[in-house]
Design a protein around this ligand. Structure first.
Ligand SMILES: Nc1ncnc2c1ncn2[C@@H]1O[C@H](COP(=O)(O)OP(=O)(O)O)[C@@H](O)[C@H]1O
Ligand SMILES: [Mg+2]
Length: 275
């Protein structure tokens, strides 16, 4: 296969750790020697702030929003992060207008796909992870239409669990514009073993989703709340191989790679039929 594997990190619910998973799964893959590009597609710019700090809007300096408007290459936007092998396409404040601008664009669902196809550096990456905003907006549709896979972080609570059905229904409607898109899996996040609701949600989802639920879980972790404020991934922040987040995200990356590996052993039709 040529070019990177592109995965959208998506859930229309906010706070379920999309951004945290994008940054730290990206960092875990990078530490495993993979070349990773993460895209900040949320005008809240949390991924950008977590990895490099805010991007200033300067006259004449193109932004992700400009790239979307012009269906331009993302090459000029790619920025290194302190983590070796982990690069970022940052988001600036003007991206808040992206959805409205996309409404009138011809082929509006495929703008990001075109931008990526025009990005020369893309072929040097193994993975692209797209951090999506908490909505099912045109920006998210663009991310999904440009991806081969989507991964859904879901807080181990009742309401987010119910929301998964709605998300599944919405994604199914995108089949026409994203026929190759497949679910890589749902990842339970903010898991606290001592909370009954977490254990209950986990057992329900293990039964309902079976193989579509990652074995790996992201546990509740106070350190993960502070890491972005000093622009550190959880690996740098904990600086401890036995740290909770370090262990969780290392495991998640291992399972992520194993799932992709396993999928490449099956013809696509079979995966869709069982998806
Ligand atoms: N393991 C964790 N346990 C508890 N809170 C976390 C954990 N990881 C991150 N957080 C915090 O949860 C909040 C929401 O996470 P975030 O990744 O921004 O969610 P989303 O992108 O889905 O809106 C952030 O303030 C973040 O610092
Ligand atoms: Mg986010």
């Amino acid at each position: 296969m040529t070019g990177p594997t592109i995965v959208s990190i998506v859930n229309h619910k906010g706070g379920c750790l999309k951004t945290t998973v994008t940054a730290n799964l990206g960092a875990a893959l990078a530490r495993a020697g993979k070349r990773v590009l993460v895209l900040d597609l949320d005008a809240q710019q949390n991924l950008t702030q977590s990895l490099i700090g805010s991007v200033e809007l300067l006259d004449g300096t193109p932004t992700l929003y400009d790239a979307f408007l012009d269906e331009a290459s993302l090459d000029a936007l790619i920025t290194r992060t302190p983590q070796v092998n982990l690069d970022l396409v940052p988001c600036a404040e003007d991206f808040v207008g992206a959805d409205l601008s996309l409404v009138c664009a011809v082929g509006r669902e495929h703008v990001l796909r075109t931008c990526l196809a025009r990005t020369r550096a893309l072929e040097s990456y193994d993975f692209v992870l797209a951090d999506c905003p908490p909505s099912i907006s045109l920006v998210v549709v663009n991310a999904l239409a440009a991806s081969q896979w989507f991964l859904v972080p879901c807080s181990a609570e009742f309401l987010p669990m119910v929301g998964l059905t709605l998300l599944g229904n919405s994604v199914r409607k995108l089949q026409k514009i994203a026929p190759d898109l497949r679910l890589l899996g749902v990842v339970l996040t903010r898991y606290a073993k001592h909370e009954r609701v977490c254990r209950h949600v986990e057992s329900l989802l293990r039964r309902e989703l079976a193989g579509n639920l990652f074995e790996s879980i992201i546990r509740v972790n106070t350190k993960a709340k502070s890491a972005p404020s000093v622009r550190r991934t959880i690996f740098e922040y904990e600086d401890d191989p036995a740290g909770r987040g370090t262990v969780d995200f290392t495991r998640l990356a291992e399972e992520f790679l194993a799932r992709l590996d396993a999928a490449s052993d099956f013809p696509k039709e079979e995966l869709v039929a069982h998806g």
